[in-house]
Design a binder for this molecule. Sequence first.
Ligand code: IFM
Length: 512
Amino acid sequence: MVRLWQLLLLVISVAVNYGKVVGISRHDFPPGFIFGAGSSAYQVEGAAAEDGRKPSIWDTYANAGKVLDKSTGEVAADQYHKYKDDVKLMHEMGLDAYRFSISWSRLIPDGNGAVNPKGLEYYNNLINQLIIHGIEAHVTLNHFDLPQALEDEYGGYLSPKFIEDFTAYADICFKEFGDRVRSWSTFNEPNIQTVIGYDLGAFPPEHCSYPFGLNCSKGNSSTEAYTAAHNILLSHSAAVQLYREKYQEKQKGHVGITLLGFWFEPLTQSPEDIAATQRWIDFHHGWFLDPLVYGDYPAIMRKIVGSRLPSFTEGESKKLKGSFDFIGFNHYLVLYVQDMPAVSDKKQKDYVRDISATITFGNGSFGEDFSRLKSSQMPAAPWAMQRMLEYIKVHYKNPAVVIHENGYVDFSTSSTSPNAHDDAERADYLRGYIESLLLSIRNGSNARAYFVWSFMDCFELMFGYSARYGLYGVDFHDKDRKRYPRLSAHWYSSFLGVSGPERRSSSYLYSY
Ligand code: IFM
């Protein structure tokens, strides 16, 4: 018989935990849900000028001293030489999958034309090593690192010629590696890469025009981000069509695209701020998702951007619609939006001017806070990921989604500082977001996988080596780039059902 005190305890515990997920493990997720961690080629591989690799636009940018700490990805975490050790660590950690990208200019040094046999060999080795260890390969084709040769030849993403070269590159990847690749993402974060690279001029190829962006020597901030995004969308749909027609039935992989998944909330409940928030959502998510799901850009973008926004032909629109098996989201942040009626401020970035709204997190403007990030952490807001997933579910026909990146940045660590090892905040951050993801799934989101960014510390683009995201730390002062597990690596392992990174026996091997 249930006693009164037992009943009371039950009621209290239900009340306290209502709306929370308590003490979860991977077994709470649907069967087949994938947990992994990720990286990208230029950020971890190193060997930048080795075995026939030629520069990408990121090599050019970093080699010119443009990164905050003046570093480059020339050696990075040296995964090119240490991939076997890294895969062993992934296996010990209990990862189901590793998300990495192919360096286009390692595989096809000039962007088009001859394939580099050493590039082929490297990616074959890496993929085989993963398969041997029972880890799925989830591959991104273009993670920002456009071959410099294509930038020089015809202006890279700005030219429709890019579509043909990207499709030919994708064809080689599908043909050479597709028998062992479970999931392909065509592009990483084109919805921010184009804005930073062609409006602000703060990422390669550093295009912008007065009075927008930084001091660029070339570009047109009013149009180029939209043109580059348009060509990326068309390249994506061409590659997906190719995969579906030529490879998918036999290879049984999936193909999609990965977007940056900021979430936006109105700063106040005024109708103006609410409308401005919707504009940000449409310009950030809808810019890519509307063409992919409905075949055209959002109506609000057409209205505001007008003739500066390219158009799709009927055939292009048909080809785009439904050209994905999943949508990847890289979710880190919630941003608060305030309407900005005074569009006349010429200092505003063009893309932001089009949206006519400013964004904030914390107290300052986005720009100010961004520069202040050096000494502060991004605030965790797991509920924002839930809101984003709910929005995608409701507005885009509940597509299969993958969280391709989610992670915690630490600007204060060096490999010798105490929290370089004891990163309890990172473990807490990840737990919060994973719980939030589970709640989304229980609310009907079609989420299929989750990847921590990043598996190990890497070259963090704008910040070089002064920003760290890794479950594994990397000692960048050490010539051997020694790796060491952080507390978060142990936490993720135990969440995945492995009792500690060192404990998983290497006898658990699949034959290849
Ligand atoms: O390191 C980057 C990654 O290349 C793209 N998404 C955001 C990460 C953290 O800034």
